[in-house]
Design a protein around this ligand. Sequence first.
Ligand SMILES: Cc1cc2nc3c(=O)[nH]c(=O)nc-3n(C[C@H](O)[C@H](O)[C@H](O)COP(=O)(O)O)c2cc1C
Length: 165
Amino acid sequence: MSLCMQRKSVRRFLPAEVSDDTIEKLLMSAMQAPTAVNQQPWAFVVIKNKAILAQLSQVSKGAWPLKEAPLAILTLLKKDCKNPVMAPQDMSAATQNILLEATHQNLGGVWIGVHPRKERIENIQNMLELPENHEPFSLIALGYPGEDHRKISIRYDKSRIKVLD
Ligand SMILES: Cc1cc2nc3c(=O)[nH]c(=O)nc-3n(C[C@H](O)[C@H](O)[C@H](O)COP(=O)(O)O)c2cc1C
């Protein structure tokens, strides 16, 4: 099964740490994502600090997996990029690449939505000292899976497809 077909959200984690080598692989994959005019409008914050993870888990109702995760990556959108209108799509591609690389590394992960919710963006900005013009885009909770993540339900639906030939 391809990585795309194996990936599913994992929200419960074992306490085991993720090595710095593995974290670098996640970030390398993030930065291989396609971007409009190759603008690469990103920066990343690697969060291992338990107190900060606990704080971030309060950012929204759906952010609770961060409380248990040994690691999170916060993606930041650089607002002074060349083509800001396209930048959220670039950031989404980078976020998905992290999730796919996590699957490849036998990690589990879940995308915690931040962009475009103003209160979440501001909460995170208030919690962390972020560089100017760097806006929180997504949070990815990561770690070795502490739940069964191998059973995949296939969502393929032919009725959603129209072929023009
Ligand atoms: C933009 C976006 C925001 C999401 N936000 C959350 C979230 O805040 N909390 C959460 O537990 N899952 C979140 N998810 C994960 C979805 O719930 C999940 O991808 C969806 O239910 C499909 O399940 P799967 O990832 O296992 O295929 C988010 C996914 C996306 C793409």
